[in-house]
Design a protein around this ligand. Structure first.
Ligand SMILES: *[C@@H]1O[C@H](CO)[C@@H](O)[C@H](O)[C@H]1NC(C)=O
Length: 155
């Protein structure tokens, strides 16, 4: 009877562990953003993989290509490897995302969420705010957030 219980317990533990691993395998870089209260649209479409150290928040996302698109009148450029330190509502030490301002490419070093706004900081000095609702969907490389509109008008 005792032995039976132990075997049974082992099966339960095994099934639980297997389930947990399966759930973890399903997570994407976009899921990680959401876990830290960021919208998925912070990363363009095409993220293939990510690394996260939950202890210190070190986060690396891998895109299948470099990417650029416009958000409002700003041109953004993503490298295929994006690194940062993620915590709830704050993505610090960002590396791999630039914005074109007055013909010059500047690195975006930090993104902070303050209620419904995302604040993008450039070199820690200047910043621009956008509503979180701009980012509910991931932009597509090239046409960014306006791909459907472009298709509609036949571009
Ligand atoms: C990258 O992924 C996006 C979205 O899945 C896809 O539209 C695009 O064609 C891919 N690019 C390459 C170079 O595979």
């Amino acid at each position: 009877m005792m032995r039976f219980s132990i075997i049974f317990l082992c099966i339960i533990v095994y099934v639980t562990v297997a389930d947990t691993i399966r759930v973890q395998e399903k997570l994407s870089a976009y899921d990680i953003l959401e876990q830290y209260d960021f919208p998925v649209g912070l990363l363009p479409k095409g993220a293939t993989d990510y690394k996260l150290n939950p202890n210190n928040g070190k986060f690396t996302a891998y895109l299948n290509q470099t990417c650029s698109f416009y958000i409002h009148s700003y041109e953004l450029r993503y490298k295929s490897i994006i690194k940062g330190v993620i915590s709830k509502d704050k993505l610090a030490k960002l590396n791999g995302v630039s914005v074109k301002v007055e013909l010059v490419w500047l690195k975006i070093v930090e993104v902070t969420r303050i209620s419904d706004e995302l604040e993008f900081s450039v070199l820690g000095i200047a910043s621009a705010d956008f509503g979180v609702d701009n980012f509910f969907e991931s932009p597509q490389c090239g046409c960014g957030f306006h791909c459907n509109n472009l298709q509609k008008i036949g571009l």
